[in-house]
Each structure stands twice: as structure tokens, then as C-alpha cells.
Design a protein. Structure first.
Length: 264
């Protein structure tokens, strides 16, 4: 029997989603240890995607396979045993042919940042102190991202992929000058390693006047090569939406809805 588990996590103190041989304290590892406590045997967990160290997920889906249906409230038991940084929202029984990663038709990421110091926003928004930004130029850079198909230039490890093509269906920038806050939102059928944080970093470089729009476009089009590829801070990034053709996740749990107030 296969189950999809809809959850969210604060990635601040984790080394990313994926369990790794040389890294301790990943989200996957913590969930698998909790399932071991509950079922008294190993239950493998598969995630809908990979997040880097310090990155959050306000909507995330994992899958587990069980020999038989639990005789107890699994959602309650998981939430009771998981740390406060991980919360289970919903559990669905699905068919064994349905996969949380391969059958997701799109994913959305939201990146939040602020440039006026605010203790309430940290750690869910990246702080870029006293940045003076050209918002119109940044919106034009965001539009260039929307029109881009090949994101090889904005990928940490392009050699890991058969191709670096992504179908971006939405990419928008929301600014609240009064609050000193910004939200970068992007939806695509797939994402490459570091792609969203690289996009944000260079959109900010355009806004700061460190990079022209023409140079930004040339880099994305692979007409101009970056010597070193930089990424924006991890703590502002959320995997905020995962879509399936056969399942609708309850969006009322999504923290991004709260953070987006004033940035819509």
C-alpha cells in the first residue's frame, strides 16, 4: 500500500532534504527515524524533490509503502513524534503506480527577502541590509527569466542532467517598498540544482546596478559565461506548491500564504 504524506518543514537547522552518507541531520533522515520508532521497522521515504541546506518547504510531498493500512491515526502519531520543525498536514492512500516525484506536473518556489532589519521575518526571509534597488529593472530581468527555456547558465551542476530545459509557466516579482520586502515567485515543470537562488541573486545584481539587463540576458542565453556562479541566501526560499493531476493538496496549511500578505 502506498501513501502520500503532505507536510511542511523549516529547513533552518537541516542539511537539506536528502539523506547523505557524509551529512547528518537531513529532513529525510529525521522522518525515517520517526517512522522506525512508530512501526518498529525500516520504512523508506521518497520525496517529491530535493531542497538544499537551510531551504524550507511550505508544501512538500513524500511517499511511503506499507504492507497493510495502519490501525492507528498515522498523522497524529507522526506529528507527536516529529520535531516542531516538521509538520504533517494530510495523508492520502494512492496506487502503487503513482509517484510523488515523477508524477508531479509542476512545482512552485517563492523567495522572500527584506532590506530593512526586522527580527520577526528572520529566518523565513533573507536579509539584504540597506539595498538600494531599481525595481523596474528587476521586473524586466524577471520577464527575461519567463521567456527562457534553457537554464544551463543558472545551474550549479549542469553535467548531472541529460538536458537543462525547463518550462517556466509563471515568474513574477512582487515589491512592497513601504515594508521593505520582496517576493520572487516561479513555477516550472522542473528545476535544476540551485536554479531559483541563482535567479534571485542575479536579479538582485541587476537591481543594484552591478549587472546590466543586456548582460543578464546574454548570461541566460549562454552568450556570456559567468566565472563564478553565486546564489542568494538559502533561508528566504520555500518550495511552496506541488501539483498532481490526480490529487489536490489543502493550501490552507501553506505558510507562504501568510508571508505573501502585502506581496501579491
Amino acid at each position: 500500500m502506498r501513501y502520500f504524506i503532505h507536510l511542511g518543514f523549516d529547513g533552518s537547522d537541516y542539511s537539506g532534504w536528502q539523506r547523505q552518507n557524509n551529512t547528518l541531520n537531513t529532513v529525510q533522515e529525521v522522518i525515517e527515524q520517526t517512522l522506525l520508532q512508530i512501526f518498529k521497522k525500516t520504512v523508506s521515504v521518497y520525496g517529491c524533490g530535493r531542497t538544499d541546506a537551510g531551504v524550507h518547504a511550505s508544501q512538500y510531498v513524500i511517499q511511503i509503502n506499507l504492507e497493510e493500512a495502519p490501525t492507528f491515526d498515522l498523522k497524529f502519531r507522526l506529528n507527536k513524534n516529529l520535531p516542531n520543525s516538521i509538520a504533517v498536514f494530510e495523508i492520502f492512500e494512492v496506487t502503487v503506480k503513482q509517484h510523488c516525484r515523477y508524477h508531479a506536473v509542476s512545482r512552485s518556489y517563492d523567495y522572500f527577502l527584506h532590506w530593512n532589519k526586522n527580527p520577526i521575518l528572520y529566518p523565513n526571509s533573507a536579509f539584504y541590509e540597506d539595498y538600494s534597488l531599481d525595481f523596474e529593472a528587476m521586473k524586466k530581468a524577471t520577464a527575461i527569466i519567463s521567456d527562457t527555456k534553457d537554464f544551463k547558465a543558472f545551474c550549479k551542476q549542469p553535467h548531472l542532467y541529460d538536458n537543462t530545459l525547463c518550462e517556466v509557466t509563471n515568474c513574477q516579482l512582487f515589491i512592497n517598498e513601504a515594508q521593505g520586502r520582496m517576493r520572487f515567485s516561479i513555477t516550472s515543470n522542473r528545476f535544476l540544482r540551485g536554479m531559483v537562488r541563482i535567479c534571485v541573486y542575479y536579479v538582485l545584481e541587476v537591481g543594484r546596478g552591478k549587472l546590466t539587463l543586456e548582460a543578464f540576458k546574454q548570461i541566460l542565453n549562454q552568450e556570456k559565461k559567468l566565472k563564478v556562479t553565486y546564489t542568494a541566501h538559502p533561508n528566504g526560499l520555500f518550495l511552496s506548491k506541488v501539483e498532481y493531476p490526480f490529487l489536490t493538496l489543502d493550501a490552507s496549511y501553506n505558510l507562504v500564504k501568510l508571508l505573501s500578505v502585502g506581496l501579491e
